[in-house]
Design a protein around this ligand. Structure first.
Ligand SMILES: NC(=O)c1ccc[n+]([C@@H]2O[C@H](COP(=O)([O-])OP(=O)(O)OC[C@H]3O[C@@H](n4cnc5c(N)ncnc54)[C@H](OP(=O)(O)O)[C@@H]3O)[C@@H](O)[C@H]2O)c1
Length: 143
């Protein structure tokens, strides 16, 4: 089983055209400010699971008014509703925390559901804003 990271559709097309490799997963930056709908659809079309890195936008969702409102409605935290939004979209998530209570908090996403309007409100926050580098502009390729 093999995974890739930060592959854009054109990278995957090259991989498919030139090798027999069919990755199980593509780990890419995804969060409410970078919803990656096109790339996620391409992954899905080719049976590649999307795995979201920086799923809570490196903590930024904590201060988001829209996400805080949804969180208040369902009695969860902004990080929890954001992680729930991801899994309801069908993606794998792996939030990072060095704080024990937050690690535990981030597992508390399987006992509630977001309705369509909450899902749409979070998706509407997209502004194609990255927290990390654009994969098409990396200047370093490991040897
Ligand atoms: N493939 C790639 O190119 C790539 C690139 C970047 C990152 N990653 C991986 O993706 C994983 C996650 O990404 P990330 O660390 O960049 O971003 P992230 O998981 O979206 O955010 C991590 C930040 O959010 C804080 N946080 C965690 N849980 C929280 C909560 N419940 N409430 C409020 N704040 C919370 C953390 O603080 P504390 O730790 O202080 O609690 C940390 O500052 C990492 O393991 C990383 O290795 C992969």
């Amino acid at each position: 089983m093999l995974g890739v990271s930060n592959f854009q559709p054109h990278h995957l097309r090259t991989l498919f055209a030139e090798t027999e490799v069919r990755p199980a997963v593509n780990q890419i930056e995804v969060h409410p400010y970078l919803t990656q709908d096109e790339l996620r659809a391409f992954d899905a079309e080719h049976e590649v699971v999307t795995e979201a890195w920086a799923p809570i936008a490196r903590g930024q969702v904590d201060g988001d008014a829209v996400i805080r409102e949804v969180a208040g409605q369902v009695g969860k935290t902004p990080a929890q509703v954001t992680l729930r939004w991801h899994i309801q979209r069908g993606d794998v998530v792996f939030p990072k925390s060095v704080t024990r209570s937050r690690v535990e908090e981030n597992f508390g996403i399987f006992d509630f559901e977001l309705d369509e309007s909450a899902m749409a409100a979070i998706s509407a926050l997209n502004r194609d804003q990255r927290t990390g580098p654009d994969p098409d502009e990396f200047t370093y390729i490991p040897g």
